[in-house]
Design a protein around this ligand. Structure first.
Ligand code: ATP
Length: 199
């Protein structure tokens, strides 16, 4: 699985539809300060379901929509599409290519799509959990994050290693199952009380 292409339209400084192709090997993006290099990685994180406007350097989510300049009027929506090669079926999909799109309108309407079909945010998270590209994964390291890894507490560092090792998916499922078991036990206790009262 690898990122083949990113299409950015109306997201932050990318007013026009911009396509970036990523080849095998290393791609370096260079440019003057403030030219939008970080906005590219933020566009990818956003498409993959980033929910924190703060971590995208904004106050609220619509701040990611192109705000206009002296010469250009603001856009009404932001759209980012990430194309992943899936020939090795690393992602849980039968498609050779997995295409994830996120769209946000100024009125707050938003949508996620996987290969053109509307999906929930949860579906995006589930697809990328433990692939190295999931929420809070370390495939994308922004400025300042390296230092925070070094200065993190042992438990936090353990979570980082668990994500990298692919254990997080099972921990998340275990927690969900434990919560269902607890709800089931509560129901059983209530049932026993009723049986006791009736007998
Ligand atoms: P540096 O090298 O200094 O880290 P960079 O190349 O990574 O810079 P970014 O931080 O990605 O640059 O881009 C910052 C630019 O994006 C600023 O010029 C800012 O005005 C612009 N920008 C951010 N949000 C928006 C928005 N919603 N609408 C228009 N432009 C925006």
């Amino acid at each position: 699985m690898y990122l083949k292409k990113l299409e950015i339209h109306g997201f932050k400084s990318f007013a026009d539809r911009t396509k970036i192709d990523f080849d095998h090997g290393i791609t370096a993006i260079v440019g003057p300060n403030g030219s939008g290099k970080s906005n590219i990685t933020e566009a990818l994180r956003w498409a993959l379901g980033e929910q924190s406007a703060k971590s995208l350097r904004g106050a609220k989510m619509p701040d990611v929509i192109f705000a206009g300049t002296e010469k250009r009027k603001a856009q009404n929506f932001a759209e980012v599409t990430a194309h992943f090669d899936n020939t090795g079926r690393y992602l849980d999909s039968d498609n050779k290519e997995v295409v994830v799109t996120r769209r946000l309108y100024r009125n707050g309407d938003s949508e996620f799509l996987i290969n053109g079909k509307k999906k929930r945010l949860r579906d995006i998270h589930d697809m990328f959990l433990d692939t190295g590209l999931g929420r809070d994964s370390f495939s994308i390291i922004s400025q300042g994050r390296i230092e925070s890894v070094f200065s993190s507490k042992p438990e936090e560092r353990r979570a980082i290693i668990e994500e990298a090792a692919g254990v997080l998916k099972f921990k998340t499922r275990k927690a969900e199952t434990e919560s269902k078991l607890k709800a089931m036990q509560d129901n059983l206790d209530r049932l026993e009380d009723i049986i006791y009262e009736l007998s």
